[in-house]
Design a protein around this ligand. Structure first.
Ligand code: VGL
Ligand code: ZN
Length: 205
C-alpha cells in the first residue's frame, strides 16, 4: 500500500492567508490530480488554540519570524495562524477532499509546536498516524503540501524514523524559505528518503 499525505493545505498557508507560503495555491490542481494514483489519501491540519505559544503575539515584544527557546526547543515565532474554527484553518476549498480517509490535526497543545503529522516537536505526543498507516499496511509514504521547509519536511523526517519508505513530491510542495528547503531536502536524502517529481511518480508506485 502506498499513501499520499496532504500536509496543511489550509487557507492560512496560501497567498492572502495569515502565514502565506509563496505560490502555495499553485500546488492544488496537481495535488488533486495525484490523489487518483494512491490507495490511501490522508491529510493533516494545523489546528492551534488562540494564544498558542508559537504565535509572536502571545509573547511581549516579539515579532513574527523572531526565534526563541520555548521549553528548551528552538521555536520560530509565527503570525497567528490556523486558529481552531477560523476560516484560515479550513482546508483550502479548491482541495478535493473526497478521497481523504482521515484528517490528523496537530498543534493543539498551547505549549508546544507540532510541525510533523506524527509527533509534536518535542516528541511528547504521538498523533497515532504511524499506527494508523501500519494498520492500513502502508509501506510507502508520499508527502506533499505546505510548507516544504516545515511541516512537509518534519512529516517526511518522522515517516523515515517510523521506517516507512518516504518520498517528498517536490513539485507538489512550496517552501516558506527556499534556502531552508534546500537544507531540508538534503537531510531527507541523507536520512534515506527520496525527493521526486510527480512526473516520475509512476516509477515509485
Ligand atoms: C507550518 C509553521 C507553523 C506548516 C505550521 O504547515 O509548515 N509552519 N505552523
Ligand atoms: Zn502552526
Amino acid at each position: 500500500m502506498h499513501a499520499l499525505i496532504l500536509v496543511d493545505i489550509q487557507n492560512d498557508f496560501v497567498p492572502g492567508g495569515a502565514l502565506a507560503v509563496p505560490a502555495g495555491n499553485e500546488i492544488i490542481p496537481l495535488v488533486n490530480g495525484l490523489q487518483n494514483s494512491f490507495d490511501l489519501v490522508i491529510a493533516t491540519q494545523d489546528w492551534h488554540p488562540k494564544h498558542h505559544k508559537s504565535f509572536a503575539s502571545t509573547h511581549n515584544n516579539k515579532r513574527p519570524f523572531e526565534k526563541i527557546i520555548l521549553h528548551g526547543l528552538d521555536q520560530v515565532l509565527w503570525p497567528d495562524h490556523c486558529v481552531q474554527g477560523t476560516d484560515g484553518a479550513q482546508l483550502h476549498s479548491n482541495l478535493n477532499t473526497n478521497k481523504v480517509e482521515a484528517i490528523f490535526r496537530k498543534g493543539m497543545d498551547p505549549e508546544i509546536d507540532s510541525y510533523s503529522g506524527f509527533y509534536d516537536n518535542g516528541y511528547k505526543k504521538n498523533t497515532g498516524l504511524a499506527g494508523y498507516l501500519r494498520e492500513r499496511k502502508v509501506q510507502k509514504v508520499f508527502v506533499c503540501g505546505l510548507a516544504g521547509d516545515y511541516c512537509v519536511f518534519y512529516t517526511a523526517k518522522d515517516a523515515l524514523k517510523e521506517n516507512f519508505e518516504t518520498y517528498i513530491i517536490e513539485d507538489a510542495t512550496r517552501p516558506i524559505d527556499e534556502d531552508g528547503f534546500l537544507k531540508a531536502k538534503d537531510e531527507i536524502l541523507t536520512s534515506g528518503g527520496q525527493i521526486i517529481s510527480s512526473k516520475n511518480l509512476h516509477r515509485y508506485l
